[in-house]
Design a protein. Sequence first.
Length: 276
Amino acid sequence: MTTYDGITALVTGASKGIGACYARQLAARGANLVLVARSESALEELASQLRSAHNVQVDVIAADLFDRDAPRTVVDALTERGIEVDLLINNAGLSAVGPFLTRPLQPNIDSVDLNITTLMGLVHIIGARMLERNRGGIINVSSVAGFQPMPFQASYGATKAFVLSFTEALAEELRGTRLRVMAVHPGPVDTGFFDGTTAKLNPKAVTPERIAAKSLLDFERGRTASFPGGLNDRANALASRFLTRKRVVRISASFNRKSGLDAVSDVNSPASDKAR
Ligand SMILES: NC(=O)c1ccc[n+]([C@@H]2O[C@H](COP(=O)([O-])OP(=O)(O)OC[C@H]3O[C@@H](n4cnc5c(N)ncnc54)[C@H](OP(=O)(O)O)[C@@H]3O)[C@@H](O)[C@H]2O)c1
């Protein structure tokens, strides 16, 4: 795949943030889209904007990707509509934040289900169809958080380490085929990722438009890894190779303390969160 014009791309987490930017930029380049997230009205609104602005087909599949059966449900909906996916963008993701032992367990489990289990399930089913056709692309949105342990986002860093390792291994397994796989490693991005908590946005956060644009360009260039936030993110990620693990984990803890993640609390519904 060397161009996005005329392909069909499925984007998870397309209702807002980086996923909505992927959808807008792909539509502008002539890609037909399948938008997936829970917020059906946000997806329908985006779909209708994209249909009127561009000559593309946009489908919406409202699905809760925490659900173990979600990959099968999504693929059944695709089959029912006769849609074959050329590019899968596994973008939906979430992070539990705060000290692991004093915060609710459920968001950690949800993040494993979403960031790992569903991602892997979608890759397995949709990737197998691509392999049969010997054509297609998969972009897994990981994070610089995957390159080292992340105190106060302990399970999140671990899920993204999974995505990093899984994607690199898969890219190598598929070398020599016409199916390409790339992992995207953003640093801080200005989205609603920490909404509902007191966590502060990193002042160096870049726009989600930049993440989508640069990573799509990297994919066109045939890369298997993309650092769309810039050189700083790449350098931070690579530093873990040259420092001791003890030093690296101290640095990442201090980074997350600066964002208030060591003393984070919920701002919208603390009572319901505690109940989980
Ligand atoms: N923002 C950052 O600083 C940053 C940095 C590095 C990596 N990333 C990664 O970038 C990706 C996108 O993050 P973002 O910042 O754009 O986050 P965001 O603004 O919070 O958007 C997350 C998206 O995931 C969807 N989602 C969450 N739970 C879902 C579920 N159970 N089922 C279906 N969809 C679900 C949300 O849609 P609904 O709520 O409508 O379901 C939304 O569309 C994630 O993988 C994240 O880990 C973000």
